[in-house]
Design a protein around this ligand. Structure first.
Ligand code: ADP
Length: 425
């Protein structure tokens, strides 16, 4: 089952993304793709928390203490009943949970049971900031919505197919195996969704396309997808590897860590904070939002200019590497906050590649894109696209596919077999 598979199962999916002090949620119609309601609980466990619930075009905000995730989710369910849509009539067929790390274990979505919970917990050392809060969200949701199947969708699953040569770090394999040190990849739900939707949009079979997907948000990653199967991606053991991001460094010589520990007396936690939260665009220019970076560049700010240059240089290096990995590239797609909105980044990322059959048409590229659109000129063999990602819809579709496969959905009808992406998830 895949995120691009279309189902006629009637009903909605509540998609939950639980962080350390937040819960993001969306009630999704997996068939039409519509977000019926959405919201965000923030500052859980602090003196005053906030909950924002959006339904039918208006947002309701409440500020009050929210002791823990259980209290947060109870408030969310209360707001559904108070403001709408009433959950009793929303016909929730599944709750879909985003989980960051599925390790080597999970090659696709899974129906939650006690064993799955235990296995996600066991993967916590690989994602200590993400898996434990994801799990808390799953546990409170199971308690509060016990009659609905819960499905976990992993950020790593799409990259389960990475060839061994791409997944392996060249270190002592005894150490690597003992500590699970290999490349897992992240943002997989988005890369899978986008590569599948690209094929639909172009009216092509995903099996026939070689694609590069550039997911450029605050976190950023690139992937090479051959015939719907991921063969390379820029993130590794954690989401720190690869591209320059909003606040993360991306690639650097691993000896930088050793150097800082030995010579700057920095602790492991300080280096973690430096590389994950004080690096990337933020570390280079003091701002992690590209709108600010461009504004500063226009004002002649040298640090912002450098940040843009470093960001683009790294991105182009990955595009070049993936051209070599794939041999032939049919489509390059930009997605996520920067990819969908920033025409300057898109133009610079692929500038001067005409000899390789890659170009961006200035007029087609101009502006923010809310719909899939081709931005390359007609003559290029490689098409360049912008295609908005939708991780919540992808999770909702995978959740429905999972409960259908388990025979849990009574209202399920025929499924549309059209474009199937990777057959593993
Ligand atoms: P996340 O990784 O948090 O999901 P998003 O995919 O929402 O991030 O991307 C957020 C980033 O998108 C912002 O930090 C900003 O750099 C960029 N962005 C959003 N809107 C615009 C815009 N209109 N122009 C340029 N960049 C934008």
């Amino acid at each position: 089952m895949t995120s691009t598979q279309h189902t006629t199962t009637r009903g909605t999916v509540l998609v939950v993304n639980s962080g350390s002090s937040s819960i993001k949620y969306q009630l999704v119609d997996p068939v039409g793709g519509e977000a019926i309601a959405s919201g965000l609980v923030e500052r859980i466990g602090e003196d005053v928390g906030t909950i924002k619930h959006t339904y039918a075009g208006s947002t309701t905000q409440r500020d009050e203490p929210i002791a823990d995730h259980g209290a947060g989710l109870r408030l969310v369910l209360g707001l559904f009943d108070e403001i709408g849509p009433e959950l009793a009539s929303a016909h929730i067929v599944a709750v879909g949970h985003r989980v960051v790390h599925g390790g080597s274990d999970f090659a696709g979505p899974a129906l939650v049971d006690d064993d799955v919970v235990r296995r996600i917990d066991a993967l916590s050392p690989l994602a200590p900031l993400h898996n434990p809060p994801n799990l808390t969200g799953i546990q409170v949701a199971r308690e509060l919505l016990p009659d609905v199947p819960h499905v976990v969708v992993f950020d790593t699953a799409f990259f389960h197919t990475l060839p061994d040569a791409a997944a392996t770090y060249a270190i002592d394999q005894g150490v690597a195996t003992a500590y699970g040190v290999r490349r897992y990849g992240f943002h997989g739900t988005s890369h899978q969704f986008v590569s599948g939707e690209v094929a639909r949009f172009l009216g092509r079979r995903v099996e026939d396309l070689n694609q590069i997907v550039l997911h450029l948000g605050n976190g950023a990653s690139a992937s090479a997808v051959r015939g719907g199967v991921a063969v390379e991606t820029s993130m590794g053991l954690t989401p720190l590897e690869g591209l320059v991001m909003g606040t993360r460094s991306g690639d650097l010589d691993p000896a930088v860590l050793i150097h800082l520990q030995r010579n700057a007396g920095m602790s492991v936690d300080e280096i973690d904070d430096l590389l994950n939260r004080r690096s990337g665009l933020k570390g280079l220019a003091g701002e992690n939002d590209f709108r600010e970076i461009h504004r500063l560049v226009e004002e002649g700010d040298a640090s912002a200019r450098r940040a843009l240059d470093v960001y683009i240089h790294r991105l182009r290096k990955y595009v070049g590497a993936y051209l070599a990995v794939l041999g032939r590239v049919d489509v390059i797609t930009f997605t996520a906050g920067v990819g969908e909105n920033d025409d300057i980044v898109r133009a610079l990322a692929l500038a001067g590649l005409e000899p390789l059959g890659i170009a961006v048409d200035a007029e087609r590229n101009a502006g923010r894109k809310k719909q899939p659109v081709v931005i390359s000129p007609d003559w290029t063999p490689t098409k360049v696209l912008v295609l908005p990602t939708n991780e919540e819809l992808a999770i909702a579709r995978q959740a429905v596919a999972t409960i259908e496969a388990a025979g849990l959905e009574g209202t399920s009808e025929e499924t549309d077999p059209a474009p199937a992406a990777a057959g593993h998830a």
